[in-house]
Ligand binder design. Structure first.
Ligand SMILES: [Zn+2]
Length: 380
């Protein structure tokens, strides 16, 4: 049994000091710190006065350290999983792009295999399939030629590995597709890369969409007489991803979004591409060249092409720009994404009986240690 002590435990948005957390693969107990000296065979880990937080979960990430989910290799997923553990991430959804169907299938086969086998870094929970059933008008960095009409084959064959899927509800066949997904699987449906009107977006939500992919980016915006996807996202109880790199969304909007959705309604994601964790240069995303300079990733025509954001930095950016505390904001990368995926009974908080996914960080959210299911997967 292991134990983390000399830290500030974050439990449901509040801080607890002079407590120790005991764990193996699962969290076993939370006890007063002085009691740890009476327990034998305890592997004691000093948190050096830092925060002891539920591990971070990234439900929208394409790549890291030079590799991409669409590489469809074990090496790619293993490298990404190890790299993002250094940013405090204990579990994630490798995210596919609009590419030829056989490439998406290859990526899903690899995700399925590696999920079973396990990684040495952050745990793979399943796949986020972003496209190809999206609107060409808001393709963003997804290549238009790979965007195709709805087709349920992928659901039938890969419902065990797809956790989340981004679709555009205004497209022909979308509502039938949503019904079919709901009937056959537990896949969570998210609205994104969408030109839906407010009414079309609400209809998609009524049919079962319950999440929104990178709010504000690649969707019909908020106009006071035509509220679009953003309006539907802000006025209903769907959860919303935001890419808080201060580039995808103006940072002064962070508190407006938080006010509208509440702390429970926002999930921080990175949408990171293969240049994450690497130096500036030329990279690739979904078969297109991406130029990375000064923390911005853009296609040749200047379109934003994912990010090079680290999830720990996303929390810190929100912390700097809003009035919320770090313990409060941690829920945006822990219990909120766990709820989106229906995993709140096993992940997302430091509750007894849940997976021992734990991240230790300082006041600037620099990561000291990341623990995935009780194993140290990163430490400085
Ligand atoms: Zn993406």
């Amino acid at each position: 049994m292991k134990c983390l002590y000399n830290g500030k435990l974050i439990i449901k948005g509040r801080l607890y000091e002079k407590k120790a957390i005991l764990f193996d693969e699962k969290i076993i107990d939370i006890i007063n710190e002085e009691e740890i000296h009476h327990i034998s065979n305890l592997e004691k880990i000093d948190a050096r006065g830092c925060y002891i937080s539920p591990g971070f979960m990234d439900i929208h990430i394409h790549g890291y350290d030079g590799f991409d989910t669409m590489d469809a290799t074990e090496e790619a997923l293993e490298t990404i999983s190890r790299g993002i553990a250094g940013n405090g991430v204990t579990s994630f959804l490798p995210t596919t792009m609009s590419m030829p169907k056989e490439n998406i299938i290859q990526a899903l086969n690899t995700i399925r295999k590696i999920r079973e086998k396990g990684t040495s870094g952050a745990e793979i929970l399943g796949a986020h399939v972003e496209g190809p059933f999206i609107n060409k008008k808001f393709h963003g960095a997804q290549k238009k030629e790979y965007i195709i009409p709805f087709d349920c084959d992928i659901i039938n064959d890969y419902k065990d590995v797809i956790s989340l899927m981004t679709i555009a509800p205004e497209l022909e066949g979308a509502l039938d597709f949503i019904k079919e997904v709901k009937r056959k699987s537990n896949i969570v449906l998210s609205m994104g890369h969408s030109a839906a009107t407010f009414e079309e977006a609400l209809e998609g939500i009524a049919y079962g969409i319950c999440h929104v992919t990178h709010l504000f980016n690649a969707m019909s915006g908020l106009h006071h007489r035509n509220p679009g996807v953003v309006g539907a996202a802000l006025t209903t109880n769907v959860s919303c991803e935001i890419i808080a790199d201060e580039i995808h969304i103006h940072p002064d909007l962070f508190s407006v979004i938080l006010k509208a959705k509440g702390l429970d309604g926002i999930v921080l994601v990175t949408d990171c591409m293969s240049a994450g964790g690497k130096e500036d240069g030329v990279y690739e995303l979904g078969g297109q060249k991406v130029f990375v300079k000064d923390k911005e990733a853009r296609l040749e025509d200047n379109t934003l092409a994912g990010s090079v954001l680290k999830l720990n930095h996303a929390i810190y950016n929100l912390y700097k720009r809003t009035n919320y505390s770090i313990p409060q904001l941690v829920q945006l990368v822990s219990i909120n994404p766990a709820r989106v995926l229906g995993l709140e009974s096993v992940k997302g908080t430091l509750d007894i009986g849940k997976d021992a996914d734990i991240t230790v960080f300082d006041e600037k959210i620099n990561i000291l240690m990341t623990i995935g299911k009780g194993k140290i997967i990163y430490a400085i």
